[in-house]
Write a protein that binds this ligand. Structure first.
Ligand code: RTP
Ligand code: MG
Length: 151
């Protein structure tokens, strides 16, 4: 099955440094979502500012940009039915104080500025963010072997 529903997910530097990449990717795979692209990278200042441009005027913006550049991140394109809201619900509330147990932030994070993961908040954001981080040639098309049991 080919989906047009795509989201952009990024494991932030704290998630990489704490060795959480495998656990987080496994959650998406086990749910039945498809990893269509994935890479580790250091985010440039220009890319960090573009990624978080909606927050450019906020007081926390400089810290957010420097944090996201403080070590390698793992960027992903994830596909599946209703994937944008589904991944946001798996990620949990922005402030880990309010993130439910069972969510990624609710299980792995305690501080708003160290909340482990980013996920797009709408299909429009997803499209924009995917194009910031990936060329179309880097996004794979393949069938999960269990697809007929997922849909
Ligand atoms: P993200 O974009 O990273 O997935 O997080 P989000 O949608 O849940 O939250 P958003 O409002 O987009 O905020 C982006 C990141 O900025 C930091 N933040 N700090 N008041 C503050 O100090 C504050 N507010 C937001 C968080 O690290 C948040 O993930
Ligand atoms: Mg956001």
């Amino acid at each position: 099955m080919v989906f047009t529903d795509r989201t952009f997910v990024m494991i932030k530097p704290d998630g990489v440094q704490r060795g959480l990449v495998g656990d987080i990717v496994a959650r998406f795979e086990h749910r039945g979502l498809k990893i269509a692209a994935m890479k580790m990278l250091l985010v440039s200042e220009d890319l960090a500012k573009k990624h978080y441009e909606e927050h450019a005027a906020k007081p926390f913006f400089p810290n957010l940009v420097s944090f996201i550049r403080s070590g390698p991140v793992v960027a992903m394109v994830v596909e599946g039915k209703d994937v944008v809201p589904m991944v946001r619900s798996m990620v949990g509330a922005t402030n880990p104080k309010n993130s439910n147990p069972g969510t990624i932030r609710g299980d792995f994070a305690v501080d708003m500025g160290r909340n482990v993961i980013h996920a797009s908040d709408s299909p429009e954001s997803a499209k924009r963010e995917i194009s910031l981080y990936f060329n179309t040639s880097e996004i794979a098309t393949y069938k999960r072997i269990d697809e007929q049991w997922l849909y």
